[in-house]
Design a protein. Structure first.
Length: 342
């Protein structure tokens, strides 16, 4: 059975759709799963076990200049790639106009069908064209975790029961030996804990002073601190945290806190996978840590962990919620718990 998953963005949403792929592969004999995704997330999807083909698009950029020659040329190439294969099932797990357009463009096999969400679920975006395009629109219980929403939609579309275990299937690629040696030298052999301090919304941030205090505690326990970043603002914050944790070496780094170079999602996933654990705010990188089954604490300033946080079945991960922000003691206690469960 040839299945096309349409989940274009964003980072956390892409990660949350991965268990649905593992469910289909385990439950549908002969399933072959392709995935349409924005190009910036393609390297991550290629690390999702069992995905046969990744079809890249760039709708976010195309929408900025829809009539330009470059956009029209790239859309034609994308449409051709999308229609190379006829699918028995096209499943729009995103529920937006742009994903509906992609689902409609895909080519169906003779008895193929398009499936989509029939309704909005709590805290998620939803646009009506997704159900207008679908041959079968499936109603999902509104109060549902983001992972379970995709799993339930795919299971009901293809006629199987949702498996009891949640498996993401995200696999890191082994780092080159030179990179591994350089990392070990930079941290003097100490296990690294990554601080995912950046997020798309400022009201989800955790105070910098608390990151510094947490880093001091971890360094006192023999850990080094890794500081990833995906924007200039996050780079500046990484440098400030690293500088506060040491004597301020190159780029504000200390021997125990290192600002990572900016890298694509594939390389970043591989780098996170080599860490002893991750502590982070509600962001896509934190969801990658969950998918990699790393010891992980996810920090919430809003009571939304029920919808996007680590599944309750994952003993190595905990979410911590408080307003205006969780205390360092609460985060430290959760870290102690996930380390004990590893």
């Amino acid at each position: 059975m040839k299945i096309l998953i349409v989940k274009l963005s964003s980072l956390g949403d892409v990660v949350h759709a991965m268990p649905a792929v593992q469910d289909m592969l385990a439950s549908v004999p002969g399933a072959r799963v392709d995935w349409v995704v924005e190009g910036s997330f393609a390297a991550l999807v290629r690390r999702c076990q069992g995905v046969h083909r990744v079809i890249e698009c760039d709708i976010r950029r195309w929408r900025k200049s829809p009539l330009s020659a470059q956009t029209r040329s790239e859309w034609r190439a994308f449409r051709q790639a999308l229609r190379e294969q006829a699918y028995d099932a096209v499943i729009d797990v995103q529920g937006l106009t742009k994903s509906a357009l992609v689902a409609r463009t895909a080519r169906l096999a003779a008895a193929g069908k398009r499936f989509a969400l029939a309704n909005q679920t709590e805290g998620s975006s939803y646009e009506a064209p997704t159900r207008w395009v679908a041959d079968v629109a499936i109603h999902i219980e509104p109060h549902v975790h983001a992972v379970e929403r995709s799993r339930e939609l795919c299971a009901r579309a293809l006629g199987y029961a949702v498996p009891p275990a949640v498996t993401f299937g995200l696999q890191a690629q082994a780092a080159p030996q030179a990179t591994a040696q350089a990392t070990a030298q930079a941290t003097q052999g100490r296990p690294c804990v990554a601080f995912v301090h950046g997020t798309s919304r400022d009201d989800k941030l955790w105070p910098e002073a608390l990151w510094v205090k947490l880093g001091q505690r971890l360094m006192g326990e023999g850990f080094s601190i890794g500081l990833p970043h995906g924007s200039d603002a996050e780079l500046a914050r990484s440098e400030r945290i690293a500088s506060a944790l040491g004597q301020g070496g190159p780029q504000g780094e200390s021997e125990g806190a290192r600002v990572w170079p900016r890298m694509d999602l594939g390389a970043l996933t591989d780098r996170l996978a080599a860490c002893a654990g991750v502590i982070g705010v509600d962001s896509g990188l934190s969801h990658i840590a969950v998918a990699l089954d790393l010891p992980h604490v996810q920090i919430y300033n809003f009571d939304t962990a029920w919808r996007t946080g680590p599944p309750a079945s994952h003993a190595k991960q905990r979410s911590v919620f408080a307003q205006p922000a969780p205390s360092i003691d609460a985060v430290w206690q959760a870290w102690t718990q996930v380390r004990a469960a590893r």
